[in-house]
Design a protein around this ligand. Structure first.
Ligand SMILES: [Zn+2]
Length: 210
């Protein structure tokens, strides 16, 4: 948990946004509890207008990979822009120094709102948009994972004592990871490359003959 490593008290924030995989919220709560961090969930149901495989039952989650250079249908319109806006509100309310984000631009670079240039632009907006920003003490947006490979993220998580088995990546709403969506494929590959194939999904291990 990079925020703790950097010496901060943690106030964790998750969103119930109409995603298929609400199990990730239970996982977030249990990991926050594991680290003794405060955690809250905000309800913001953007599945009302759907238009993403994660929030619209009429759009299938791809299970056979996504070609390079194509923004996959699991992209949720404006999601991180909405999330960070709420994070900014919380941060200003509690005088937080930083907002840590789990976004990552490597290995899975199709999403426009997971890139360093996006974050830099959002920081400018944050500095203009808040009282704390105008007073020169606005929250800094920090994305420690943004340029790391997924394999390096797995290694860092293990070093920091993150209970990987309590984390969730699968985009499907099943009871166990599907092993074939982009998120499962990338996660399983990273776990195997980091020498922890035993933590890969059951379906993924079967698919890879492990
Ligand atoms: Zn999956």
């Amino acid at each position: 948990m990079a925020v703790r490593r950097d010496g901060y008290e943690v106030s964790a924030l998750s969103f119930r946004y109409g995603q298929r995989h609400t199990v990730e919220l239970e996982c977030a709560a249990s990991i926050a509890q594991h680290f003794g961090a405060q955690h809250q969930v905000v309800d913001i149901n953007i599945s009302q207008w759907g238009a993403s495989a994660l929030t619209d039952e009429r759009i299938d989650v791809p299970t056979d990979g996504t070609p390079d250079g194509v923004i996959p249908p699991t992209y949720v319109p404006g999601r991180n822009t909405v999330f960070i806006a709420l994070g900014l509100s919380l941060a200003e309310a509690i005088d937080a120094e930083c907002i840590y984000l789990g976004i990552n631009a490597v290995d899975y670079s199709g999403y426009p709102d997971c890139r360093p240039e996006y974050l830099a632009a959002y920081q400018r907006l944050a500095d203009l948009a808040t009282r704390s920003g105008l007073e020169g003490r606005g929250a800094r947006l920090v994305a420690p994972l943004v340029m790391m490979t997924k394999t390096d993220i797995v290694r860092a998580a293990l070093e920091l004592g993150v209970p990987i088995e309590q984390t969730w990546s699968c985009y499907q709403g099943g009871e166990e990871p599907c092993g074939v969506c982009d998120s499962c494929r990338i996660r399983d590959k990273a776990l195997i490359e980091a020498g922890h194939g035993e933590l890969a999904s059951r379906q993924g291990r079967a698919r890879l003959g492990l």
